[in-house]
Design a protein around this ligand. Structure first.
Ligand code: GAF
Length: 381
């Protein structure tokens, strides 16, 4: 059964509509979004789907096909930030954020189902948030622009769920377009769709889910963010986005002997520059040449930002040694997934090599699939 039929079986009537919102991979631009920097994600075909109806009695009913337990019923007036450590915090947080922003949402029945792997660095939580936000925006006639919906979803995640994440994942889910990567300036959310049709060039982008689970409500993500804010304050700028790449060495010297802050600042400034290089290369039709830039980004995340893990490093090293054009971890890190850019003809060899390397290291077998740039959030019916 689909979500529409499941909704009928759960709530006793047909939903007002069905919506979908995807997970993402980030091509380049990691840990730049909370520094007002550049990112370049694209949407996966994996997505969260929601069947939703309005209610007028101040009640929110939530159900997920993917989670144990039945329907969860919540009173809108009782929604309390950081009070819920389960999956319902994501959809409930969106309702809370909409109401907190002054939108007259009076309740909803929601049934969710998702194909985005959880804890894999592929934005399963943003997909849940965005699908609910889009559904409520339409059902309540709010007419909010996509970027504003993304901001409300980020507010839900930061304030209600309690994870101090940036704006990339929600904007990717809300704004990506099929066949394109999204070049996003996270300072003002201005963005450009960059054509990214790898198949037409005989290329493939593999996602290697290491199966090492990660979470951003844990302390490490927040520590990196705080370190970046410290670096910006020491350099006298609003955000590390404002530190120019061509005078980076002089700025690092001004940071003195705070080695950790030096490393964090160096990553963010060089990573923003890498996003711009990738955009320029794609515009020039030099897609294969982005490979080394991706690998360079991985080294920076591993050595300077220190958010990689042995499984991600092994994936990148093995893929490159087996003929990949480039590879890097994607998403927040501390586990999750890597991406591998390769000639279509080399993907089997690379997949096999990575699998064998994991076996030899005694790691759980990774899950490998091809990522095709897919559609952003949309109404299905
Ligand atoms: C996670 C966060 F949710 C994003 O906002 C971003 O910071 C990313 O990690 C790192 O680039 O996905």
């Amino acid at each position: 059964m689909g979500v529409r039929e499941d909704f009928g079986a759960l709530y006793g009537e047909a939903p007002d509509g069905v919506w979908a919102a995807p997970g993402r991979v980030n091509l380049i631009g990691e840990h730049t979004d909370y520094n007002d920097g550049f990112v370049m994600p694209f949407a996966l075909p994996h997505r969260a789907t929601a069947a939703v109806s309005r209610r007028t009695d101040g009640v929110l009913r939530l159900h997920s096909a993917d989670m144990a337990g039945g329907v969860v019923e919540l009173a809108l007036d009782a929604l309390e930030p950081e009070s819920d450590r389960t999956w319902t915090a994501y959809p409930a947080g969106v309702v809370w954020a909409l109401r907190e922003a002054g939108h007259a949402v009076t309740g909803a029945d929601i049934h969710l189902s998702s194909t985005v792997p959880t804890g894999a660095g592929l934005s399963s939580s943003a997909a849940l948030e965005v699908v609910v936000a889009l559904a409520l925006d339409e059902l309540y006639g709010l007419g909010l622009p996509r970027a504003q919906l993304a901001r409300l979803c980020q507010r839900a995640e930061n304030a209600y769920v309690g994870a101090p994440t940036g704006i990339m994942d929600q904007t990717a889910s809300a704004c990506c377009e099929q066949g394109h990567a999204l070049f996003l300036d996270t300072r003002d959310l201005s963005h450009r769709q960059i054509p990214f049709d790898l198949a037409a060039e005989g290329l493939r982008l593999l996602v290697v889910d290491t199966q090492v689970k990660h979470a951003h409500s844990g302390g490490e993500y927040g520590k990196r963010r705080a370190g970046c804010e410290k670096g910006a304050a020491l350099l006298g700028v609003d955000a590390l986005r404002d530190v120019p790449h061509d005078t980076l060495d002089a700025d690092l010297a001004r940071l003195g002997d705070d080695e950790e802050v030096v490393r964090l600042v160096r990553h963010v400034v060089t990573e923003n520059h890498r996003v711009e290089r990738v955009v320029d290369l794609l515009r020039a039709g030099e897609t294969r040449a982005i490979g080394p830039v991706l690998t360079e980004g991985h080294a920076s995340l591993r050595d300077d930002f220190r958010v990689s893990c042995p499984e991600l490093d092994l994936t990148v090293e093995t893929a490159n040694a087996a003929g990949a054009l480039g590879a890097r971890m994607t998403g927040g890190g501390f586990g999750g997934s890597a991406i591998v850019l390769a000639e279509a003809t080399d993907t089997d060899t690379i997949t096999k090599a990575v699998g064998e390397a994991f076996t030899a290291a005694g790691y759980t077998a990774p899950r490998v699939f091809e990522a095709v740039p897919s559609a952003g959030a949309q109404r299905l019916s």
